[in-house]
Design a protein. Sequence first.
Length: 403
Amino acid sequence: MLPEYKERIIKNFVPLMKECDVRILTKLLVEKKVFTDNEINKIFSTNDARHNKRVLFFEIQKKEQRAFAVLLESLRETNQGHLADILQHKRTGAKVFNQAVCEDDGDISLKISLPIHIDPTTSPLNIKVEHSRNFFDTTEHNKGFEYYYSRSKTRGRALIINNYDFGTKMEYRNGAMVDNNNLKSLFKQMGGWDIQMHDNKTATEMLMIIKNFAQDKKNKNYNVCFVVIMSHGCEINNKTIIYGIDGSYLYECKIQEEFNNEHCKLFLTKPKVLIFHVCRGNNLDYSTKQVTETDSAVRDMEMLNMRTQEDMLIGYSTLLGYKTHRDAHRGSWYIEILCEKFMKYAHDTPVDDLLSLIDQGLRRRMSEYYTMQTAEVSNKGFKKLYLHPGIYYEDDAVKTFFN
């Protein structure tokens, strides 16, 4: 198919997904020899009707040039001529966005004309971490900024809690296992990380796991603490809550308390990164159009007093009051972009900047319901932290985790 025809399909993906009756369309596409019966059976092999429809419009772009004309003809013959008409519009050159699916979305219909770009792949991210070649926790690389030491062979400890099966209490979080696999691959490929993973825990179990992790004596041997919590969530009295699989919940601020200097003494003065991938309310961020006119590492310390909350960086997948997005086949927007940015840039970029890059990635995504997502970061006395994937310092020499 010609690139121009592919672009027309992609540009008009939203109305095709919302309005096209593919059941009668596919019969004609088989009769007109665009697809075979076996190809159609493979395309419609899942129970996810929306996914099957997406795959159909991706696959037709791989067909020969005549396929586009046959598609237009078949749409008209099945009383869907209005879709054929929009596919015949000329290219506009408009700026486009990427698409994904809104978590906990309902039947939302908006009559808004907004160009959108659909990523044609439904495959999960392929994690391949770029390793550091030298260390950046030096005064030379951080002029005017304090930074953390992060060179040991025991680089960090990661706690990952992922609730996705709530039984009849709440909706199953499709795609959550993709997030698990991405995060596990990311930390393993960075080298030096002790990874602790827990799935489907009640609120009480979550709190106990978090307390035990924060107070574990092994923490004194590691440079960095990383915690990722993924679940359903909401907002109560301007506070984020995180649900356990039993329907009970924890306040997110309570989890933060477990890692402050009063409760998490073995990570005192060490960096603690907390990531919360949960909905923080029921609002959806519908995009708006705007018209613009053209016109130091501290390794040995003696402190008499320390702030209770310090050395903490908290990343939220969305703003307070808003929902977050998840794709059933690629995982959540936020975790997918987190893994992508970390694997590409953690070799020479501090973690606070990496979290900013995640939000830049979110700016380019839009759901088929025209909803978007904004991440939030809270810095509580957090210095510059480089993860230095792939290397460590031992016996006065730079060594690699992977030969």
